[in-house]
Design a protein around this ligand. Structure first.
Ligand code: ADP
Ligand code: MG
Length: 363
């Protein structure tokens, strides 16, 4: 038996900058102190045996014959395939996956799984892959193999996150800047526990709307339109596309303003930008839902909450809240109780300390 090694990659929450990544724009995520771990042992052959403590059964596949099956293990197969296609020859492995990132809640359990698996498989085979390449390979696994078009944010933050900090990422240049979260503040994530059916189809439709707007302006991506140009030249767009475009343009500007305010320790201003972001996602981009709107509204009624907004793709999932750390417990109680009363749904609420990106866990 070869030694078992353990690898870890975190989930994430996006503080601001939603639906901007695939427009070449800016996002501002932090890694969660919730993660996926992969315990991995080398095999002498080219087989991968993988099980997840979150699902029953064991899955087996051959590295020389990787085929999509439509189950959770496609994330593992896709990562293995992309690594091999990039020239990183792998060895067979036994993998045991476990994690505490809620699945399908918009906190990116999928990227946590991809990145931890990619790090495990490549490390076992003796490869050291630059972090940026690792992120891009994992994104390709999700968009090309699993078949969900996604931006680069989730995989990037899972690779590059720093403890205690959030990361402003330029999704075009792939440069990033870390900004510390002041210690008196914390991030609170409220899970509505709903996920409306629309998610996949509407996501692709939003991407198409954004592409239509970019081609109207004659630019490669909406990242290239600023507010001034939007106001001057957007008159010829049909109303829906114009509103989609306005969200992206204003959201990119909000991320950069939010970076400044966080760096200056101005929680009030950061919170105001979060609230604006939510309104823009609700009214212009139309990706919120009644449960997310309610969760935001309830949070904003609480003392010690600076800002609240939906986070992730929308149509359910979670909100992110910037709160005063010493009031967090009371805020959490109050929001949970009110949400339960109004919807008959028991929400899950997580307090999050920004944590580090993927790494091998040394015993
Ligand atoms: P999110 O990334 O917001 O959690 P996704 O739909 O993108 O939601 O990814 C969730 C999917 O990723 C799950 O349905 C499952 O297929 C896969 N997945 C994530 N974490 C695990 C895990 N620990 N074990 C097995 N599959 C997982
Ligand atoms: Mg995902």
């Amino acid at each position: 038996m070869s030694a078992v090694r353990k690898f870890r990659a975190p989930g994430r929450v996006n503080l601001i900058g939603e639906h901007t990544d695939y427009n070449g724009g800016f996002v501002f995520p932090a890694a969660l102190d919730r993660a996926t771990t992969v315990c991995a042992a080398q095999r002498p052959d080219r087989k991968v045996l993988v099980r997840s403590l979150q699902y029953p059964g064991t899955v087996e596949f051959d590295l020389d014959h990787i085929v999509r099956q439509g189950d959770w293990a496609d994330y593992v197969r896709g990562v293995a395939l992309q690594l091999e296609l990039a020239g990183y020859r792998l060895q067979g492995a036994n993998l045991e996956i476990d994690g505490d990132v809620p699945l399908g809640a918009g906190l990116s359990s999928s990227a946590a799984l991809e990145v931890s698996t990619a790090l495990a498989l490549s490390s076992l085979a003796g490869h050291r892959i630059p972090r940026q390449e690792l992120a891009l390979l994992c994104q390709r696994a999700e968009s090309e193999f699993v078949g969900l078009r996604c931006g680069i944010m989730d995989q990037y933050i899972a690779c590059f996150a720093q403890e205690g900090k959030a990361l402003v990422i330029d999704c075009r240049s792939l440069e990033s800047r870390a900004v510390a979260l002041p210690p008196q503040l914390c991030l609170m994530i409220c899970n509505t526990m709903v996920r409306h059916e629309l998610t996949g189809s509407e996501y692709n439709r939003r991407r198409e709307d954004c592409e239509a707007a970019a081609s109207y302006f004659g630019v490669p991506a909406l990242r290239d339109i600023d507010l001034k140009n939007f106001e001057r030249y957007s008159g010829g767009l049909e109303d829906r596309i114009r509103r989609r475009c306005r969200h992206v343009v204003t959201e990119n500007a909000r991320v950069l303003a939010a970076e400044k305010s966080l760096a200056a320790g101005d929680a009030q201003e950061f919170g105001r930008l979060m609230v604006e972001s939510h309104a823009s996602l609700r009214d212009d981009f139309e990706v919120s839902c009644p449960e997310l709107d309610l969760m935001v509204e309830l949070a904003l009624e609480c003392q010690g909450v600076y800002g609240a907004r939906m986070t992730g793709g929308g149509f359910g999932g979670c909100t992110v809240n910037l709160v005063e750390a010493h009031q967090a417990a009371a805020i959490r109680e109050r929001i949970a109780q009110q949400y339960r009363q109004r919807t008959a749904i028991q929400p899950e609420i997580y307090l999050c300390l920004p944590s580090a990106g993927c790494h091998e866990v040394l015993a």
